[in-house]
Design a protein around this ligand. Structure first.
Ligand SMILES: N#Cc1c(-c2ccc3ccn(Cc4ccncc4)c3c2)n[nH]c1N
Length: 238
């Protein structure tokens, strides 16, 4: 997969693209992520990317020209990307969307700033996406959240064991099971016996029960949604 990111703050992506699972996936060539400074696609000597809003009002708006120039330049060759625009009021990002996006060969993520992008930029966009009902200062952190959730699903990025775990739980949006590590008792708090038993079938069923119970308690709508889609097995429904 290739992802092109358009932003006026490319430096925000430096650590994200160098560290951890995502950094390894990029350095090993499993995925390709290129961050482009919208300012590099301006043509004036002051490299202006924003302007005051028509009709008045606070703040500035990202101009359409530099973004269109970047899009035209980056789509001259190769497969056309599926274009995302991060927006406070976009479609809510979730695991289902992450799975869908992970199957695209190429993505482009346009990150707004200030009051947002000129409305005409949306003629380039396939999906306006929000990561939640709270207000951020720009679209870069949402872009990193989306990339993290999508790239971890690319085969080989997480390694086999992890991707097996992911398929059975988080890809259906179920909450995770409790994790423990040594010591077996810490300040009077013991690790559940079943996890020390070495009985893999019992451990798996305990973890599935914990995940379903936590999901039912905290996010009952996820269980209802899975029931409606027939994505819960008979024993999971019991
Ligand atoms: N995805 C996502 C988001 C954003 C977000 C995304 C892009 C931009 C560009 C500019 N801003 C700042 C702004 C502009 C207008 N109104 C309020 C805030 C952004 C916020 N906020 N909260 C989310 N969940």
């Amino acid at each position: 997969m290739r992802i092109d990111v358009l932003t006026v703050l490319p430096g925000l992506f430096d650590c994200f693209l160098k560290e951890g699972v995502i950094g390894k996936a990029i350095s090993s060539g499993k995925v390709e992520v290129k961050v482009h400074n919208i300012r590099d696609f301006t043509t004036d000597k002051h490299r202006v990317v924003d302007d005051v809003p028509y009709g008045g009002g606070p703040g500035m708006v990202l101009k359409p020209e530099p973004i269109f120039r970047a899009y035209d330049e980056l789509t001259k060759e190769g497969e056309k990307p599926y274009v995302l625009l991060t927006e406070p009021w976009g479609e809510k990002f979730n695991q289902e969307m992450a799975v869908e996006l992970s199957k695209k060969p190429r993505l482009m993520i346009i990150c707004g700033r200030y009051e947002g992008v000129d409305e005409r930029v949306k003629s380039l966009v396939d999906r306006e996406v929000s990561i939640g009902d709270y207000v951020l200062t720009g679209g870069e952190l949402p872009a990193m959240v989306i990339m993290d959730a999508v790239l971890r699903l690319i085969p080989g990025v997480l390694g086999n064991l992890e991707s097996l775990r992911a398929d059975s739980f988080s890809d259906r949006g179920l909450l995770g099971y409790p994790n423990y590590t040594r010591p077996a008792e810490f300040r009077g708090m013991k690790v559940p016996e079943v996890l020390l038993s070495g009985h893999h079938k019992k451990i798996e069923s305990w973890r599935k029960e914990q995940s379903l119970r936590k999901t039912l308690e905290r996010r009952p709508e996820i269980i209802e949604n899975l029931k409606r889609k027939g994505l819960l097995t008979k024993e999971e429904l019991e």
